[in-house]
Ligand binder design. Structure first.
Ligand code: GLC
Length: 506
């Protein structure tokens, strides 16, 4: 039986601004990605996901889109995009692009018209008494979710003021996004990553929230009407040849709620943030795995992305010095699970979160909107180190400084330094992905738990045993034939702490 490519795919997230800069302006671009496609092919991933590269004032790193059918000059041209897709396909890599339907940029022509009083019903404008915002909603980035315009009305922005929310109760918005999907599908994209997929609709009368969290009953997130949007999108995807897909960025607090987005006529996948949010604990991992497999038809797994602290650093917070071993062990576990895995650029180099970016260099609106109370997400967005020398460690052409400063430690972690060194994180990723490709894709989409000692988690998939030890002491492995992969030293039947292994069952 054959399955759609995305079911078991390893997808590599490219944060376009920080991957590779060919033009020499210190910002990553499409031509830079194109030059590095052979690196990604050699790494062994199946697909790339590109974060937004559309024309944008960059109030939120491109998640503020001013034109949904173009390429920002900072990143190149539409011809560069087409060349990138062609080259990727030539190498057997699928291409997923980001689509941002919850909000546009305030520079979008529709919002500019709205400011002039034309077509305000494409956005969410409201009157309000007493100089106060229409309700108590807070922006995800901090501060009120409303901004007042010159004539006294307020508009809603769940993120930065430069990101006005669309009014999805207006059919024009539906038509527009169906057309945008077709525009990129016609240019050969294999799928979409849907930004803030649980946004879009807001409860009709915009009631105050009692609790600012992502509760299933929030008037801000996850309104039932949103599902009809994805039913329509699914039909468009299916009207194209090839297995075009969509993966939603759905933040929820329950696996059941998440499952609603991936019903057979809606999105193909949604990110599984519960996996990323789980602490370093066998029990926590076991619960997320069990809940996921019990509720969604096609699981996904993700440890890092451009919005969260890199997992190497997250795991290390409680136990200094353990981060890299744990990150490698988590990778092996994630790859062994049924479903597809999303990697974030730089994790294959073992990059840590950069915590000491000086305030004057920070760019993330989260830092500014929280008035410096929160560091924001720049620490996981620092440009990649390709070489160990030069002003940008090979990210930009010689002599050019990158848009965010790179820490000294990046020189030791460069792709050039690690490539060919069997003990490096990069070579470990290459081996794991190659072995996974050969071994895992043929395995049944099921998992069976094995009895595991305290602090550890053992499961099997067909002839494969995966074992991870999250405890403080070494544990005894079940009987096996041979070690296929290990993230650390495996000695006979002993698995040390902070280590995972793939074993061939006896
Ligand atoms: C998503 C993106 C994030 C962005 C936000 C608003 O969460 O991943 O980077 O800031 O949406 O578009």
């Amino acid at each position: 039986m054959s399955f759609p490519w995305w079911r078991d795919a390893v997808v590599y997230e490219i944060y376009v601004r920080s991957f590779a800069d060919a033009s020499g302006d210190g910002v990553g671009d499409l031509a830079g990605i194109r030059e590095r496609l052979p690196y990604l092919s050699r790494l062994g991933v199946d697909a790339i996901w590109l974060t937004p590269f559309y024309p944008s004032p960059m109030a939120d790193g491109g998640y503020d889109v001013a034109d949904y059918r173009g390429v920002d000059p900072l990143f190149g041209t539409l011809a560069d995009f087409e060349a990138l897709v062609a080259d990727a396909h030539e190498l057997g890599l699928k291409v997923i692009v980001d689509i941002v339907p919850n909000h546009s940029s305030s520079a979008h022509p529709w919002f500019q018209e709205a400011l002039r009083g034309v077509g305000r019903d494409r956005y969410i404008f409201r009157d309000s008494e007493g100089g106060l915002p229409p309700n108590n909603w807070q922006s995800t980035f901090g501060g009120p979710a409303w901004t007042r315009v010159a004539d006294g009305q307020w508009y809603l922005h769940l993120f930065a003021p430069g990101q006005p929310d669309f009014n999805w109760r207006n059919p024009v918005i539906h038509e527009e996004f169906l057309d945008i999907l077709r525009f990129w599908l016609d240019r050969g994209v294999d799928g979409f990553r849907i930004d803030v997929a649980m946004g879009l609709y807001k409860a009709e009368d915009l009631p105050d929230v009692e609790d600012q969290s992502f509760m299933s009953r929030s008037p801000i997130w996850g309104q039932p009407e949103v599902h009809e949007v994805y039913r329509q999108w699914r039909k468009v995807l299916e009207s194209y040849p090839g297995e075009r897909m969509a993966v939603g960025e759905v933040w929820t607090d329950s696996a059941e709620d998440l499952a609603r987005y991936v019903r057979p006529d809606e999105l193909h996948q949604s990110f599984n943030f519960a996996w990323l949010q789980a602490p370093w604990s066998a029990e926590a991992f076991r619960k997320v795995i069990a809940d996921t497999l019990a509720t969604v038809p096609f699981a996904t797994w993700v440890l890092s992305n451009h919005d969260v602290v890199r997992h190497r650093t997250r795991y290390e917070t409680a136990d200094p010095g353990t981060g890299l071993s744990r990150a490698k062990a988590a990778l092996l576990t994630m790859l062994a699970l049924p479903g597809s895995a999303y990697l974030y650029q730089g994790e294959e180099l073992g990059l840590p979160e950069v915590k000491d970016i000086p305030d004057h260099a920070r760019q993330d609106p989260v830092f500014f909107q929280s008035k410096g109370r929160l560091p924001g997400r720049d620490g996981c967005r620092v440009p990649l180190p390709w070489t160990s020398t030069g002003a940008s460690l090979g990210f930009s052409p010689d002599g050019v400084r990158p848009w965010l400063p790179q820490p000294k430690v990046f020189a030791e972690l460069s792709a050039e330094r690690q490539s060919g060194d069997p003990d490096s994180t990069l070579e470990f990723y290459r081996r794991a992905l190659a072995c996974g490709r050969e071994l895992l894709k043929s395995l049944p989409y099921t998992l069976e738990w094995l009895d595991s000692p305290e602090g550890a988690l053992f499961f099997t998939r067909g002839p494969l045993i995966c074992a991870i030890n999250c405890g403080m002491d070494e544990v005894r492995l079940p009987p096996y034939e041979r070690v296929l992969m290990a993230s650390g030293p495996v000695d006979g039947d002993r698995l040390p702490p902070d280590t995972a292994t793939w074993l061939q069952a006896s």
